[in-house]
Ligand binder design. Structure first.
Ligand code: MF3
Ligand code: CO
Length: 250
C-alpha cells in the first residue's frame, strides 16, 4: 500500500481527533502527582475520551488492554497502566494516547515529571526529546523527505549525547492508527520517500539517556531500555499542507 493522501476535509476530521487527544493528555497531566497510580491516569483518560465523544484507539489494538500507554523512567513505550504502579516524585512518565472519531485517528504523547523536583539530567532528557520533535516538525513540508525528519531528530538528540531508539518508529496515520510509511527517528538528509501535500504522519521520537537498545518485558508490551537508563517520548500527528506543516494534535 502506498502512502495515503488526505483531502482537506479529511485533515479537518483528523484535526478534530487530534484536538480530542490533546484535551485528554492535558486532563491526564493534571492528574499526574506523587501517589497517583497509572490506573488513575487510565481512568481519567477513559472518562475524558467518552465525554468528548471519541473512542480509544489503543484499547483492543493487537490485544492491548488500555486506552493509554504510561511508561515510567526506564520504560520507553507501551507501559500498561496498573493499580500497582504508583507515581513517585521525580519519576518521568510518558503518556501516550490515540483516539478515533468519525473514522479518523489522532495520536500524541508527552513526557512529564512527577512532582516538583526532577533531576537535572532527567529534565534535560525531556527537553531534548521535545526539541527533537519540534525540529523534526519544522522540516516537514512538501518535497522534504522521511530522511530529513529522522536526521533532524537524530542531530538534536546525539548533540546532547543521548540516543535514538531504533526498534520503534513513527508512522503514517489516517483511517487506521498505523499506516504507511514508517517514520524512523534516524536517517540521512535527502533519503527516503518524498513528502507530499496531504500526507499525515505521527512523528514520535523515543530517546534514551544511555544506549539505544530496548527490550520488551514478559507482559509482551512494556519496552524498557536494556541498560536501565531513563527514556523519554513525545509524539504529534502532523499533516503536510500547502503552507508547510500543520500540527493536528495541538
Ligand atoms: N503511539 C503508539 C504507536 O503509535 C502507541 C500504540 S500502543 C498500542 O504505536 F497499544 F496501541 F499498540
Ligand atoms: Co504513534
Amino acid at each position: 500500500m502506498a502512502i495515503m493522501i488526505r483531502t482537506p476535509r479529511e485533515i479537518e476530521k483528523m484535526r478534530r481527533s487530534g484536538a480530542v487527544v490533546r484535551q485528554v493528555l492535558e486532563h491526564v497531566q493534571a492528574a499526574v502527582k506523587p501517589g497517583a497510580t497509572t490506573l488513575d491516569l487510565e481512568r481519567a483518560a477513559e472518562r475524558k475520551i467518552a465525554e468528548l465523544g471519541a473512542a480509544p484507539a489503543f484499547k483492543g489494538y493487537r490485544g492491548y488492554p488500555c486506552v493509554l500507554c504510561t511508561s515510567i523512567n526506564e520504560e520507553v513505550v507501551h507501559g500498561i497502566p496498573s493499580a500497582e504502579r504508583v507515581l513517585r516524585s521525580g519519576d518521568l512518565v510518558s503518556i501516550d494516547c490515540g483516539v478515533v472519531m468519525d473514522g479518523y485517528y489522532g495520536d500524541s504523547a508527552v513526557t512529564v515529571a512527577v512532582g516538583d523536583t526532577v533531576a537535572p539530567g532527567a529534565q534535560r532528557l525531556m527537553d531534548v526529546t521535545r526539541a527533537s520533535l519540534e525540529r523534526a516538525i519544522a522540516v516537514v513540508r512538501a518535497g522534504a523527505t522521511l530522511g530529513d525528519i529522522g536526521a533532524a531528530v537524530q542531530e538534536v538528540v546525539e548533540a546532547d549525547g543521548f540516543s535514538v531508539v531504533r526498534d520503534f518508529v513513527g508512522h503514517g496515520i489516517g483511517t487506521r492508527m498505523h499506516e504507511e510509511p514508517q517514520v524512523p527517528n534516524y536517517g540521512q538528509r535527502g533519503a527516503g520517500a518524498k513528502l507530499r501535500i496531504g500526507m499525515v504522519l505521527a512523528i514520535e521520537p523515543m530517546v534514551n539517556a544511555g544506549k539505544p537498545e530496548v527490550q520488551v518485558l514478559h507482559d509482551g508490551w512494556t519496552a524498557v531500555t536494556q541498560d536501565g537508563s531513563l527514556s523519554a517520548h513525545f509524539e504529534h500527528t502532523v499533516a503536510v499542507t500547502d503552507e508547510g506543516v500543520a500540527i493536528l494534535t495541538q
